[in-house]
Design a binder for this molecule. Structure first.
Ligand code: CAA
Length: 258
């Protein structure tokens, strides 16, 4: 599969999508976001893939929306043209786990795209920020919504109003990233995590992802009821039979095809 602004790597049941516009700090433009949507849908539908990793380079995850591309946009280009909505949020429709791996900058739309992933793994070189105010706009891909839900109102306001970047250690303290690793080890560690998830039942992983995301959209009682449906339905699956028999027989489970 060939893309102009993405690199694709296969690692068993894990596929790595790399944002790749090195000359523009991986600034997110229409072509890249169209390609990203295309790749995400393809891998989500591919039975040989269980987990998707989204990353950038060692230097930058993404430095935000492409300022050069949008600088002369008018209201007609943005609202009727559905800027952002037209191609940035395909990732939210992906049903398999998507692990974001951030090394270097994840700024503005780059931080927002990272926050659309299901888990975030950071290199110790990572820097997260929402500097949109400095270029005269509000965030436009969920920064004012996902950031406070993740790190709380006061930390979020600090980042959004002052443009202060936070490093990987602070991001981990604030709950913005799942785990931090040294930059030279981060991909190896992220792939080990992705492969361990890919070795589980893909349908259970999908149900867990769906249930966790439901937690942000509903009340606690409704959310627990939603989870319970998946739990009960699980008893009609081969994954449950295999997982529980393997435990009782003191052997490793084999979730292949389950
Ligand atoms: N859009 C377009 N081009 C960008 C870019 C962006 N967001 N970020 C960096 N670039 C380009 C630079 O223009 C530069 O290009 P040239 O070599 O052609 O001049 C190249 O990438 C390298 O960048 P710098 O020379 O600035 O590199 P640096 O190491 O000195 O700084 C940086 C790196 C801190 C990331 C800095 O580039 C920066 O602050 N970038 C902009 C960050 C930003 O404001 N992001 C928010 C964008 S708005 C948004 O995202 C809206 C939304 O919510 C959807």
């Amino acid at each position: 599969m060939q893309y102009a602004d993405l690199l694709i790597e296969n690692h068993g049941k894990v596929v790595v999508i790399r944002l790749n516009r090195p000359k523009a700090m991986n600034a997110l433009n229409d072509n890249m976001m169209n390609e990203l949507g295309d790749a995400l849908y393809k891998f989500d539908a591919d039975p040989s893939v269980n987990v998707i990793v989204l990353t950038g380079s060692e230097k930058v995850f993404a430095a935000g929306a492409d300022i050069a591309a949008m600088a002369n946009y008018t209201y007609a280009d943005t609202y009727p043209g559905n800027y952002i909505g037209r191609n940035w949020e395909h990732i939210l429709n992906v049903r398999k786990p998507v692990i974001g791996v951030v090394a270097g900058y994840a700024l503005g739309g780059g931080c927002e795209l990272a926050m659309m992933c299901d888990m975030l793994i950071a290199a110790d070189s990572a820097k997260f920020g929402q500097p949109e105010i400095k270029v005269g706009v509000t965030p436009g891909a969920g920064g004012t919504q996902r950031l406070p839900r993740t790190i709380g109102k006061y930390k979020a306001m600090d980042m959004l109003l002052t443009c202060r970047m936070i490093d990987a250690a602070e991001a981990e303290r604030n709950g913005l990233v799942s785990r931090v690793f040294p930059a030279d080890k981060v991909m190896e560690e992220a792939l080990a995590i992705a492969n361990s998830i890919a070795g589980m039942s893909v349908s259970v992983a999908m149900a867990i992802k769906d249930s966790v995301n439901r937690a942000f959209e509903t009340t606690l009682t409704e959310g627990v009821r939603y989870e319970r449906r998946y739990f009960h339905a699980g008893f009609g699956t081969e994954a449950q039979k295999e997982g529980m028999s393997a435990f009782l027989e003191k052997r490793a489970p084999n979730f292949e095809g389950k």
